[in-house]
Design a protein around this ligand. Structure first.
Ligand SMILES: [Zn+2]
Length: 477
């Protein structure tokens, strides 16, 4: 590589490292012991939940009183983004603190690399620090990533492929109603904790497809539709026909069902919070609420998630409730891999080099009541279907690169948050900057993978049982 170009690339790599938070982290890390570590830590992730469907993010026609009450006691990040528009990369990033380009758990099959011991998962660190660790959730993609269970003493991510859930947690609970099963099992587990310190991760599957909310939770909008009881709508057809174009009635029906599912999950979260209060564990609880990705409703022509990386898929809720901070709202853009470092930091754990190098802790900003340092760039991508894409947001812009066609799109997301009017043709310098940031990020990720000894080889072949499981959920055709 010519010297001038190599210098330029190194300069951009440096910029990306700063963007990824290394510099900011070293500069602003407070003494870990400045606040007492919480006795209980609960991470609640709600699959497929768009930020704009919660009251605390401005929704008016979806009622989410439990989450809104919690948000009203929290530091709420108004602009939080997932690094991927589908479950597996996004959830792995929250639990490893690593960008999907680094951890590499991005395959729709089972050819992901194993996570080596050099990648220390959040639950491993919490377990080593003396927290009882439990995970309760449902998503076939999460269930298939064996490494995600590392560090969890009690790991009940359904559908289970290998073992049974102990009867005392499970008896009388209907696993087909995943939301009630997750909250019910978690409440029993919480009741068994006494005054033990614990870290609990709940991953609700609703409002993921199929949309099948109980009647009691229908929104008023949905209730007023001609046939609200057509509970699954045309979703199964749409899964098998990606170019299926529903009419306006079907679209309204699907939106109504989706919103109703959110009301259902909100109530389940409310029951868990009530249980925590009843057990006297709420007072010093650290509670983090977020989602792995959103859902698209034809804003850019498509439906569901995993196909594109527009903000209806990447903009997710993120709020953090701790007794050590007054409630406030933060407008600075952040991303969800920071959840790892934020929890580790709140618990006074020593930083694991890889986690803090990738996504900075939000804890100093939360307890000090100041905005986090703005990131120069926030990356996302790793679509599941259609054309692979990478995106980077920098300043007021978002740049999208479609990898096979080499098409690019640039949006001014401050003036055009719906990403409807590409401005790349008129702004070649910004397009060039977007490309340079993505290239530098790719090189940085490759270097970090090498340091962490993450293989670039695929893993084992997908077994028949897993194929059948994914097929039954519409993931495999
Ligand atoms: Zn998901």
């Amino acid at each position: 590589m010519p010297r001038a170009r190599s210098t330029r690339v190194l300069a951009v790599v440096g910029l990306v490292l700063i963007a990824c938070g290394v510099g900011a982290w070293l500069l602003i890390r407070p003494p870990a012991a400045s606040k007492p570590a919480p006795g209980c830590v609960i991470l609640i992730t709600i699959d497929t939940l768009r930020a704009d469907r919660l009251g605390c993010y401005g929704a008016r026609r979806v009622r989410t009183p439990s989450l809104d009450r919690l948000a009203a006691e929290s530091t709420l990040f108004e602009r939080a983004y997932s690094p991927s528009p589908w479950t597996k990369p996004a959830v792995t990033s929250m639990l490893t603190g690593l960008d999907p380009a680094v951890h590499g758990i991005v395959s729709g099959g089972q050819d992901d690399p194993p996570l080596p011991g050099s990648v220390e998962l959040l639950a491993e660190r919490m377990h080593d620090a003396g927290y009882r660790t439990g995970a309760f959730g449902y998503n076939p993609y999460v269930a298939m990533v064996e490494d995600l269970r590392r560090g969890f003493r009690d790991y009940f991510i359904m559908p289970r492929l290998d073992a049974e859930i102990p009867l005392d947690l499970y008896e009388g609970i209907d696993p087909r109603d995943t939301t009630a099963a997750i909250s019910g099992i978690t409440e029993r587990w919480l009741a068994q904790r006494g005054d033990e310190r614990f870290f609990c991760w709940m991953h609700f599957y609703d409002p993921h497809l199929p949309y099948d909310p109980p009647k009691d939770y229908w929104t008023d909008d949905h209730r007023s539709q001609p046939d609200p009881a057509a509970s699954r709508g045309p979703t199964e057809e749409m899964h098998s026909q990606p170019f299926y174009r529903p009419d306006d009635n079907e679209r309204r029906q699907l939106r109504g069902l989706y919103d109703s599912e959110i009301q259902y999950v909100d109530d389940a979260v409310g029951r868990v919070i009530a249980t925590l209060k009843r057990l006297g564990r709420y007072e010093d609880a650290l509670i983090i609420v977020s989602s792995d990705h959103g859902e698209e409703f034809w804003e850019h022509g498509g439906f569901e998630h995993g196909h594109t990386a527009y903000d209806e898929l990447l903009h997710v809720p993120l709020f953090v409730r701790t007794p050590h901070a007054a409630s406030r709202r933060v407008a600075t853009a952040v991303d969800t891999p920071s959840i790892y470092a934020t929890i580790a930091d709140a618990c006074g754990l020593e930083p694991a080099e890889h986690a803090f190098a990738t996504a900075p802790s939000l804890w100093p900003s939360i307890v000090e009541g100041v905005d986090p340092a703005p990131r120069d760039a926030i990356f996302a991508g790793f679509t599941l279907y259609w054309e692979p894409q990478r995106t980077v947001r920098f300043g007021r812009y978002k740049f999208v690169h479609k990898i096979i066609s080499n098409d690019v799109e640039l949006y001014d997301i401050e003036a055009d948050p719906g990403e409807t009017t590409p401005i790349g043709d008129a702004n070649p310098a910004l397009v060039k900057r977007g490309r340079a940031l993505l290239e530098a990020h790719r090189a940085w990720a490759e270097e970090l993978r090498g340091r962490l000894r993450i293989s670039s080889e695929g893993g084992k072949e997908m077994g028949e049982a897993r194929k059948k499981l994914l097929r039954s959920h519409g993931y495999l055709k």
